[in-house]
Design a protein around this ligand. Structure first.
Ligand code: DC
Length: 232
């Protein structure tokens, strides 16, 4: 592979289609950083919930905006759990940000322009500093429109809900399949119809529908794509 001095790989797509699993694996294989931007929006949502800024599905944007300087999101290895985790002001919140309460509010919080502007600034600063794989909804369209590799991932609603359901079950979190399916569809709807940076495929992104693919097949597909794009 050539042109690897500074590489940005943007992975966007629908919720729960395995973006972060594949992005993590890719970062490990290429020895570059991985940034989960969904975890950043989730962490801001958790902060807002904990501080009482979210009531009846609405967010007190003014109070949240005033708190931006008090929100520090980092990604670090947790020796206790043996995995890379999301930290909110030094606390490992990896498990809590994946729960239904945060999942049920994160699309609303991530549609707030002030939140997006702040997080996009942080994300760009990370990508300007180092090579990375970043996954989210607007990485190829807004955060890094000039990324060398852009992938848009998707899978059928049912396949995605089943994967999410299995993940929650494995973590011992309570949820019914119908609830999870509703959440997946609702997040897609809000993410794709919001005014600020709606989820959409960048024109130059390559589509990857993994409904019928194994993890290994997807991974190889992406490695082949990177090879092809970085050879030019
Ligand atoms: O990838 P995820 O499911 O963890 O993302 C959580 C939410 O954050 C999702 O509903 C949409 C939003 N999001 C976003 O708007 N922009 C991003 N770059 C990443 C996530």
């Amino acid at each position: 592979m050539q042109n690897r001095e500074h590489l940005v790989i943007a992975i966007d797509g629908h919720s729960s289609c395995g973006k972060s699993t594949v992005a993590k694996e890719l970062a490990k294989k290429l020895h570059i950083a991985y940034v989960d931007t969904g975890a950043m929006y989730r962490s801001v949502t958790l902060y807002a919930l904990r501080h009482g800024y979210i009531k009846d599905g609405k967010c007190d944007v003014e109070s949240l905006e005033k708190s931006f300087d008090d929100i520090k999101i980092t990604f670090n290895f947790n020796a206790e759990t043996g995995s890379n985790c999301t930290y909110l002001n030094g606390e490992d919140v990896e498990s809590e940000i994946r729960g239904l309460e945060v999942s049920g509010n994160v699309s609303m919080v991530s549609a707030i322009p002030q939140v997006r502007h702040r997080l996009v600034d942080w994300q760009r600063a990370m990508g300007n500093e180092t090579s990375l794989v970043m996954d989210g909804r607007d990485i190829g369209t807004v955060v890094f429109p000039n990324a060398q590799i852009k992938i848009f991932m998707t899978a059928s609603d049912e396949v995605r809900a089943q994967r999410r359901y299995d993940e929650l079950k494995a973590k011992g979190q309570e949820a019914s399949f119908e609830e999870v399916l509703f959440n997946v569809r609702e997040r897609d709807r809000i993410d794709s119809t919001r005014e600020e940076s709606p989820l959409r495929k960048a024109e130059d992104a390559v589509l990857l529908d993994n409904s019928q693919m194994t993890r290994e097949e997807q991974f190889q597909w992406i490695l082949d794509l990177i090879d092809e794009k970085t050879k030019k």
